[in-house]
Structure formats: structure tokens, C-alpha cells
Design a protein around this ligand. Sequence first.
Ligand code: FES
Length: 125
Amino acid sequence: MPLHYSKKVMEHFLHPRNIGEMKDHDGFAEVGNPVCGDQLGFYIKVKDGTIKDVKFLSFGCASNIATASILTEEVKGMTLEDAKKFDWNKIVKDLGGLPKQKVHCSILAVDGLKKAIEDYEGRKK
Ligand code: FES
């Protein structure tokens, strides 16, 4: 049975925002799903407790790329405290929904971002 992606998912998949490496990052994390094999890397730049910049790299499916892309748009400029509370349901909703077999992609994306924040906080200690 074919999967049907929303227009918004396809738009972010075909034109991902904030994709690429960030050499002068303050935090970085790589996460992966052992079942599907998809991976994501998140870089963050932090200033005054706020995410000033965020980028991602993907080795994953269309939904992996689209969820990471919209997440970077939504958390840029957000305080770390708010980003730590970010709920993956929001990106699913803002993407116009995901096929249920692909909802885990949004969870992986949010997990990757939160781990990059943890990395930043660990470096500060
Ligand atoms: S299918 Fe596993 S992250 Fe997309």
C-alpha cells in the first residue's frame, strides 16, 4: 500500500531548510532508529540561552528529512528551556499529518534536537 505524504511534507522533503554542517556549533548530537536504520545529526548555536542557529544532516527517509526541516524552522530563536519541552506532535500537526508508519520519524527528530541541547549543556559544565 503506497504511503501518502501531505503537500507540506513533500515541500520540506524536496526543499529542506537548514540542512548542512555547522562548523562552529555549540552542541551536536547524532541519533538513529535501529529498526529502520535512519539517522539524523543536529547542530545548534546558542546565545543567551536561545537557539540562535540550528542545522541538520540526514541519512533517512522523506519523513525524516521533512520532520527535521520543519523542526529547525520552529525552534530557531526559541529558548533552550522551551525547546527542551518541544512536543513532536506539533511538527506532525504542522506538516499536515504523517502516515502512521512514519510518525516515529518526528519523534527521532525531536530526540536529536534535545540530545544536541544536552551536549551543549554538558560542554558548559
Ligand atoms: S522511517 Fe525511520 S526515521 Fe523515517
